[in-house]
Design a protein around this ligand. Structure first.
Ligand SMILES: Cc1cc2nc3c(=O)[nH]c(=O)nc-3n(C[C@H](O)[C@H](O)[C@H](O)COP(=O)(O)O)c2cc1C
Length: 393
């Protein structure tokens, strides 16, 4: 018997009601102005996606001045939520996403060592430990104890701004090798103080952020305000292991004690992928350890209705779609109207204007190397749109 359907209404732990199980995954829009402010291009992109799914997560917004911008040098910047001056722009984003009655979630983030924009602007780049990584061509500095405490509070302040701007929730970005993951990883965190060493100490930074966000939400937000936490289930580079999925399940069990609404697994290898030598998928392994009131959200490689259905029928409560909603901004609407077969699976010269990409995304995805992102299906057909205007020599 099939338990979950894409069109099911879902009530989250704190009472927020989602109209379906479909979620738009967070994606950098390459559209910010200097300082991380939204542009008109940001707003047209989000406005076009107000029906891409019934919960819509923004791109990562950095919460501290030393937390970004990350990627892609030369291109319009990553967005920020690190000062009250960002609130007006955040309001515009929230209302563009919410205009058709769907939920808008602000993804909050600190890039740590990946804040390449800091280096380009002649500022120091901070990380748990000052490690000379071969993949970085700039130095990083170890965070002081005071700076760590300040960043934790910054996640709370960004949450306050999200509340003031009218978002329905926040997602804490603990995945994809950014600062929160850097603290959790044995490879990136060599600290010998209370923030490093044992598994318990490496969990301390992520948990302190969750608790601070929760504190602000309890104080300032409506009761139904949503809190999610995104994690990469393991960090394995050949012989080098930052953390195993068993360790990240332990972290998530601790996070779960704070009664979040959902846990979001970032599955670069696909929504139904498995750890090496395991029968069960990451989704199944995490789901069986979660409190039944916490929803599981997964992502990875969904470009049409069939795979989205497979995900919710077999593995998860909620399914996120990233590049699929970049190609087809009406991804969710089409499914919910019974027209899933009409979803576009590839970008093409004719459909580019329908996709409403930002200028920066069109430049990035028409490049041979997709500017380092996973390629868009069909991208070879739009190479001639590439002008190179943002490419650094
Ligand atoms: C252009 C682009 C930007 C992304 N930016 C973010 C981001 O801001 N935050 C985040 O957590 N993940 C980000 N991701 C990862 C996606 O949310 C998603 O996990 C990944 O693309 C796999 O999903 P897909 O196969 O549906 O594209 C980004 C992915 C792409 C392609």
């Amino acid at each position: 018997m099939v338990l979950n359907q894409l069109s099911d209404q879902v009530t989250l732990r704190h009472g927020a009601k989602l109209r379906s199980r479909l979620v738009m995954s967070p994606m950098q829009t390459l559209s910010g102005l200097k300082g991380g402010f939204v542009s008109d291009d940001t707003i047209q992109y989000y406005s076009a996606r107000s029906q891409a799914a019934t919960m819509l997560i923004t791109e990562f917004h950095y919460v501290s001045a030393n937390g970004g911008p990350a990627y892609v040098p030369g291109y319009p910047e990553q967005l920020g939520a690190y000062s009250d001056e960002h609130i007006d722009g955040l309001k515009r984003t929230a209302s563009a996403l919410k205009k058709d009655g769907n939920k808008a979630i602000l993804q909050i983030h600190h890039a740590g060592r990946a804040a390449i924009g800091r280096y380009i602007n002649g500022k120091d780049v901070v990380a748990p430990s000052a490690i000379d990584f071969s993949f970085l061509n700039y130095p990083v500095r170890e965070l002081t104890l005071e700076e760590i405490e300040a960043i934790i509070l910054d996640f709370g302040q960004a949450t306050r701004r999200a509340i003031e701007a009218g978002f329905d929730g926040v997602e804490i970005h603990g995945a994809n090798h950014y600062l929160i993951q850097q603290f959790f990883s044995k490879l990136s965190n060599l600290r010998t103080d209370k923030w490093g060493g044992s598994l318990e100490n490496r969990m301390a930074f992520p948990l302190a952020i969750v608790k601070e966000v929760k504190r602000v939400v309890e104080e300032l937000a409506p009761e139904t305000f949503i809190i999610g936490y995104r994690i990469s289930p393991e960090e394995v580079h050949g012989e080098n292991i930052g953390y195993s999925y068993k360790e990240s399940i332990k972290l998530i069990q601790e996070v779960d004690k704070c009664e979040l609404d959902y846990i979001h697994l970032s599955l670069a290898t696909g929504y139904n992928s498995k750890p090496v030598n395991q029968e069960k998928t990451y989704a199944q392994l995490f789901k069986e350890k979660l409190d039944s009131k916490t929803k599981l959200l997964i992502v990875g490689g969904i470009f049409g209705e069939e795979s989205a259905k497979d995900a919710v029928e077999n593995y998860t409560d909620l399914i996120a779609i990233a590049r699929g909603t970049m190609i087809d901004p009406q991804f969710g609407k089409k499914i919910l109207e019974g027209n899933g077969k009409a979803i576009l699976h590839e970008i093409s010269p004719i459909s580019v204007s329908y996709s409403h990409l930002t200028d920066g995304l069109l430049e990035a995805f028409s490049r041979e190397d997709s500017a380092g992102f996973s390629p868009l299906p069909g991208a070879e057909s739009i190479r001639y749109f590439h002008t190179g205007k943002y490419d650094l020599l």
